[in-house]
Design a protein around this ligand. Structure first.
Ligand code: ZN
Ligand code: ZN
Ligand code: FE
Length: 763
């Protein structure tokens, strides 16, 4: 008797619910001739299998290799069981239990099978904008609670028709337990409305919306994680009107194209970019734009790149079928407010912007903006991590106590931890208005509920005035509230996503973050571990005359750096950048700095970029933080390899002081010699690359540390990241960079969480 029966129970953790996992198990068990049962549990999926030992083994070996595309298996526990003598394999009811530790799938682009049905005139879902199956469709944004079942989603308002229910109940059907399953007879519907909310009388609302887009009208389109504002990207007048109504004068607008070929016609798509564009997350990908395209110039002014995505919902496909070169698809909000998700809210908030509204009656419970990525220095880099990626956790090296980290002020995200999983929220935005603050609170509550996490530690920034810090302090109460220095958090985030231990040499470069000495940091070289850090080096400080005004008006930073470099020498004031500035105002600013009025000291590298951009005449004022620095990067001449002098002072115990003055003097010399901004920009970048490579080598000699971590918003600069990565690797460093979470403040909550947990452990 070689075929003695054995039985095993498998407890599988990971993203295994709502992704077609149980039908997959069912079919795999049938294929291997096994009997038993499978059920969803609060922690994942539990199954019992009976059969000959060999067949069981093969089944278990096949699991990871053949799993459905959206499933993510974290752990499989095997528990021996007594043979019960099952006569078949079946799928049984969900078991509820006290702990709710399952992972929820992100929202997923419509799959090819569903698209094929949608385009088949004989299919009952022909042209249906809400077609989905177990492999695709909305998830995170329609879930109210776990376990993930239809009554816990916004699909609870729709009762399935007989045909849909039959699909849902049939383990052999690809819609078995597809919670958002629907059809034109029973599911959500699209309507086109005018500004007053009145339904437009048309047989085909999507085709009519497309017509109106072609006429240059602005259409608010309800999507997966929120509304978009759409216009025809080739219609300059429409784009201009959208910018003006949205009060978004300068930031690039995202595009959506119906196919890769259409994208290739307007931008350069390499193999890596193609992989990003077609990934199931369907992010916006930054692509180098082509010259002389029909796209309106105002879509991406003064920028080498377009941000482009492929359609990801059936509705997008139907809309783009009308044959656009590209649609502008920008988050539907007034500048800096959260994206609109609710129909009534959309009419209220977007009524001044949109001409028409393409809406539907499937509610969005949680907003989630489009994610933005790019390919840089050999890897995908996340710029905004949201739809498609959230709530997949960042897996950590070690288990942490439950922490709630509240993030920074700008590009805010929050982070909750559970065991070795860190859940970084979707992009929440800049916590500068009430609407965003509410979204912040809602997201914290929602994540705590669906992840079932009761935080034992709260983490926040050092800055007492951030709304996120205030929230943490209010909420802390009896549990420890740990303040984490901004640039330490950046480096810790980079270490954590790389599962790396300290100590590291951390280059933490950004615009603004409060330092431990009360000055504003941003050009920091730290020797960091999770629980602590020392400041090994930093840029010499200069005043920021007018504080926040100095961020909006880079000419002020230019004046500050010029004064630090040249002292009272008036020669620099003849520079062209000061021509449009009133003489009197220059004197006022100089006096402010002298008297130290509203002129906090900063060591920020982001502000040095601003200053250089202003000195070479790129721009004296900006519409958004980092704009001048971004434009400085864009113009750099790829063929130029020169650089400026640099120096630092090492006084032993104190941090090394990196001097800005030699760099500023070099820039001014080149401006006066009539060199092009493109040349000067390239030389400036090159200087930083050589400087920080040499400084890291210097610190390696002093400390013995040969691991370097790069973090902070400045590393969104492709030229700097690529150059520094190459140089440091050539110098033999073990290099850590961001791939999962953004290098900017969107990744900060992850760093806060791991630092806070490490600090509490050391107490
Ligand atoms: Zn599908
Ligand atoms: Zn139906
Ligand atoms: Fe930062």
């Amino acid at each position: 008797m070689t075929d003695a029966l054995t039985a095993k129970r498998l407890e599988i953790n990971g993203i295994v619910q709502g992704v077609g996992f149980r039908p997959f198990i069912y079919q795999l068990a049938i294929r291997h001739g096994l009997k038993g049962e499978v059920a969803n549990t609060a922690t994942g999926v539990s199954l019992t299998i009976e059969g000959p030992e060999n067949d069981l083994r093969q089944f278990i070996d096949d699991l990871p290799a053949r799993k459905p595309p959206l499933a993510h298996i974290v752990e499989v526990a095997e528990i021996p069981e007594a043979v019960k003598g099952y006569t078949a394999f079946s799928i049984v009811q969900s078991r509820s239990s006290a702990s709710r530790a399952t992972l929820i799938s992100p929202d997923v682009m419509v799959c090819d099978d569903c698209l094929a049905e949608m385009r088949d005139p004989l299919d009952r879902r022909f042209g249906y904008a809400f077609i989905n199956c177990t492999n695709c469709g909305p998830r995170y944004t329609i879930i109210d609670d776990v376990p993930y079942d239809r009554p816990k989603t916004s699909m609870r308002h729709f009762t399935m028709c007989g045909q849909c229910q039959a699909e849902y109940d049939d383990p052999d059907n690809r819609r078995f337990h597809a919670q958002p399953n629907a059809c034109p007879a029973c599911g959500p519907r699209v309507t086109l409305c005018d500004v007053s909310g009145k339904t437009v009388d048309t047989a085909d609302p999507i085709a009519e919306a497309a017509n109106r887009l072609k006429q240059g009208r602005i259409v608010a389109v309800k999507g997966l994680g929120g509304f978009h504002l759409a216009v025809d990207a080739t219609h300059a007048g429409a784009v201009a009107r959208l910018r003006q109504r949205k009060h978004r004068e300068e930031k690039p607008l995202a595009l959506m194209c119906s196919s890769l070929d259409r994208i290739r016609a307007i931008a350069r798509v390499g193999i890596a970019e193609e992989r990003l564009l077609t990934a199931i997350q369907r992010p916006i990908v930054l692509l180098e734009r082509r010259e002389n395209t029909p796209i309106a110039g105002s879509v991406s002014p003064r920028n080498r790149y377009f941000g482009i995505m492929l359609p990801y919902t059936p509705l997008h496909h139907l809309l783009l079928d009308a044959g656009f070169v590209a649609l502008v698809m920008t988050s539907a909000n007034l500048s800096e407010e959260p994206i609109a998700i609710d129909n009534a809210e959309a009419f209220h908030r977007l009524g001044q912007i949109a001409d028409d509204f393409l809406v539907h009656d499937r509610e969005i419970y949680l907003r989630s903006d489009d994610s933005i990525v790019r390919y840089s220095a050999g890897h995908m880099r996340s710029i905004r991590r949201s739809r498609g990626y959230v709530p997949v956790p960042v897996f950590l090296k070690e288990n942490l106590p439950p922490v709630l980290a509240c993030g920074a002020e700008l590009k805010n995200t929050v982070c909750l931890t559970r065991g070795n999983q860190a859940f970084v929220s979707q992009h929440i935005g800049d916590l500068e208005n009430r609407a965003t603050d509410e979204f912040f609170r809602l997201t914290v509550d929602h994540l705590k509920r669906i992840l079932d996490i009761d935080p034992q530690i709260v983490a926040c920034d050092l800055h007492p005035d951030y709304l996120s810090t205030r929230y943490a302090k209010e909420r802390g109460g009896s549990i420890p509230c740990i303040e984490v220095q901004h640039h330490h958090a950046h480096i810790a985030a980079c270490m954590a996503e790389n599962k790396a231990d300290g100590p590291v040499i951390g280059l933490s470069f950004d615009g603004t973050g409060l330092g431990t000495d009360g000055t504003i940091w941003g050009g920091e070289v730290l020797v960091a571990r999770y629980h602590t850090f020392t400041r090994a080096a930093h840029l010499a400080t200069v005043p920021m005359p007018g504080s926040a005004a100095a961020i909006r008006e880079p000419w002020r930073m230019a004046l500050s750096h010029l004064r630090a470099a040249f002292g009272e020498d008036p020669g620099f004031r003849a520079l062209p950048l000061f021509r449009p500035v009133d003489r009197q105002q220059i004197h006022v600013i100089l006096a402010m700095m002298d008297k130290q009025i509203n002129s906090p000291l900063t060591s920020s590298l982001g502000r040095l970029f601003d200053a250089v951009a202003a000195i070479i005449g790129l721009r004296g004022k900006v519409a958004f933080e980092g704009q001048a620095a971004m434009e400085l990067e864009m113009i750099a001449d790829d063929a130029e390899s020169g650089h400026y002098d640099f120096s630092w002072e090492d006084h032993g115990d104190d941090p090394i002081l990196i001097q800005n003055a030699p760099i500023i003097r070099g820039v001014v010399r080149d401006v006066n010699a009539g060199l092009s901004p493109a040349t000067i920009s390239a030389r400036f970048h090159r200087t930083l690359i050589i400087l920080f490579d040499q400084l890291c080598r210097h610190l390696r000699t002093a400390t013995g540390i040969d691991r370097v971590a790069l973090s902070g918003g400045v590393f969104q600069n492709h030229r700097l990241l690529t150059g520094l990565t190459t140089a440091l690797e050539k110098s033999g460093f073990d290099l850590l960079t961001h791939r999962l979470v953004p290098a900017n403040d969107g990744g900060l909550s992850l760093g806060q969480a791991v630092v806070a947990a490490a600090k509490v452990n050391k107490l």
